[in-house]
Design a protein around this ligand. Structure first.
Ligand SMILES: Cc1cc2nc3c(=O)[nH]c(=O)nc-3n(C[C@H](O)[C@H](O)[C@H](O)COP(=O)(O)OP(=O)(O)OC[C@H]3O[C@@H](n4cnc5c(N)ncnc54)[C@H](O)[C@@H]3O)c2cc1C
Length: 466
């Protein structure tokens, strides 16, 4: 009987065989560091894999995939471990952990960078900013590059340089058969289309190659905060102000309680606020001019929007999303900020109770929308705005209440939903995965899945069932 059917992991002798053939580290339930390595970012996820294969390179990844198939183990693939629903860890099966694969090689002359699958966003910024360049990626530096890229990748400089996948040149990928393939515009272009948005459905990407773009090193960025009582006026101002803004500017509207951070005066901590966080990726003087109307609107409680190094700006939200807290997210795209959408925001923004619950409303458009919708598997390039509603709590205590608030907020927006970003889905079922890709792309992804992973070895993801 196979291990998966028994509901257990591989036995110690079998694990010893894998260990003997491995360059990285093989961690079993009886090992002292097992609990450390089975943990993922979301503290509400508590799973106990049968074995964790911490790969040091491509050979280990191939070996791990073959081992899992021989043993018929359920496979979870982990890079940065930031899957909101915790899809990068499983009970009983094998976690293929890429966290040791942190190589980055910048070629400043060619304007390219190669990054291995265990790289975190902050690692990549650190290396590329040494040359005044960057890859557009996300807004929290401890997020994994791999999972983020494979879903699309949205962040501060996307309106200027597109999604993370829009700067992707090639990937090296280990297939369900344990083979290594390359995908780019010239080599396996169908697969290259699929990995740009289709997630981890087709295999394990071991290395990415990106085009670099000039960024910073200084940008103008940061949040301006107003009291929640001012939210209706600020939101209407915001809607008009961004209607005709340059691609260099990207903004996120944040609703939350004021966090207890050294930069926040103690009398403001805990107050319900609405903030507009901005990043202007262009000359600092231009950024200050473009951002002046925002900073001068009404009576801000606190203005932290100023020139700073891009790498500093990138870390701004890190303390708000600490490892180990309990996280729940609901997400949707909307086409426009109609009066009705703003009313929902005002209403539910007042109901935030947890110090770490928050809403991020992402301003989309710019370079993202100028790429042909059919060019990549990522769907929803014409979305006007993306909602990320985070019902979070420090521990399990009060988590149900936070989850309910996030669900209610999301449901109130339902008449305005358009698409949804696949990387912001929880485990919401096939209907939602299909909705994320749209029917045509979903069918094309299914066909690709039948070619690359017909037996659905890679199923712990936003799964395209072949
Ligand atoms: C705090 C936080 C901030 C975020 N900010 C942003 C943001 O600014 N922009 C944005 O676009 N998204 C953002 N996200 C969403 C993020 O893109 C996804 O959660 C993404 O999956 C995280 O990647 P990871 O490598 O850390 O995840 P993991 O949990 O390691 O993996 C997530 C999924 O990707 C698959 N996967 C991972 N690595 C590989 C690989 N090498 N090959 C094949 N499949 C793989 C896994 O199987 C799993 O299904 C954020 C998430 C969090 C938790």
């Amino acid at each position: 009987m196979n291990a998966l059917a028994e509901g257990t992991g591989p036995d110690p002798d079998t694990i010893a065989e894998l260990r003997a053939s491995f360059r990285g580290e093989v961690v079993a339930p009886q090992d002292g560091n097992y609990n450390e390595h089975r943990k993922v970012w979301n503290g509400s996820i508590d799973r106990r894999p049968g074995v964790i294969a911490r790969c040091a390179g491509v050979a280990d990844v191939r070996g791990a995939v073959r081992f899992a198939r021989e043993q018929e183990l359920l496979v979870a693939v982990r890079a940065g471990g930031h899957s909101f629903p915790g899809l990068s860890v499983c009970d009983d099966g094998m976690v293929i952990d890429l966290g040791l694969m942190k190589g980055i090689r910048v070629d400043p002359g060619a304007g390219r960078v190669r990054a291995q699958a265990g790289v975190l966003l902050g690692d990549l910024d650190h290396e590329t900013q040494a040359f005044g360049m960057a890859v557009p990626a996300g807004i929290v530096t401890h997020t994994g590059l791999a999972g983020l890229t494979l879903g699309g990748g949205i962040g501060w400089i996307m309106r200027k340089y597109g999604l993370t996948i829009d700067q992707l040149l090639s990937v090296d990928m280990v297939t369900a058969e344990g083979d290594l393939v390359k995908a780019s515009e010239d080599e396996n272009p169908d697969l290259f289309w699929g990995v740009r948005g289709g997630g981890g459905n087709f295999g394990i990407v071991t290395e990415f190659e990106f085009r670099l773009n000039p960024v910073g090193p200084e940008v103008v960025g940061g949040p301006v905060f107003w009291s929640v009582d001012d939210a209706p006026g600020v939101l209407r101002f915001y809607r008009d102000w961004i209607a005709d803004c340059p691609d260099e500017l990207m903004t996120i509207v944040v609703q939350r309680r004021m966090p207890a951070l050294p930069v926040v005066p103690p009398d403001l901590v805990g107050k319900l606020v609405l903030a507009v966080a901005a990043c202007y990726v262009g000359p600092v003087d231009d950024g200050e001019r473009v951002l002046a109307p925002l900073k001068q609107f009404g009576s801000p409680l606190l203005d932290l929007c100023m020139p700073k190094r891009y790498v500093v700006h990138q870390k701004m939200f890190d303390p708000s999303f600490r490892h180990g807290c309990w996280y729940y997210v609901r997400s949707c795209d909307v086409a426009e900020l109609t009066d009705e959408v703003l009313e929902v925001m005002v209403d539910y923004g007042r109901r935030i109770t947890s110090p770490i619950a928050s809403v991020a409303l992402w301003q989309m458009g710019g370079a993202v929308a100028r790429v042909e919708e059919s060019a990549t598997a990522f769907n929803g390039r014409n979305a006007g705005f993306t909602f990320n509603i985070n019902g979070n709590s420090e521990t399990g205590h009060g988590f149900d209440e936070q989850r309910q608030w996030a669900r209610d907020y999301w449901s109130a927006l339902a008449p305005h939903h358009t698409s949804v970003y696949v990387n912001f889905l929880m485990e919401e079922g096939q209907r939602r995965v299909r909705q994320a890709y749209g029917d045509d792309k979903f069918r094309r992804l299914q066909a690709l899945k039948r070619t690359y992973d017909p037996s659905n070895v890679f199923r712990l993801n936003q799964n395209i069932i072949p």
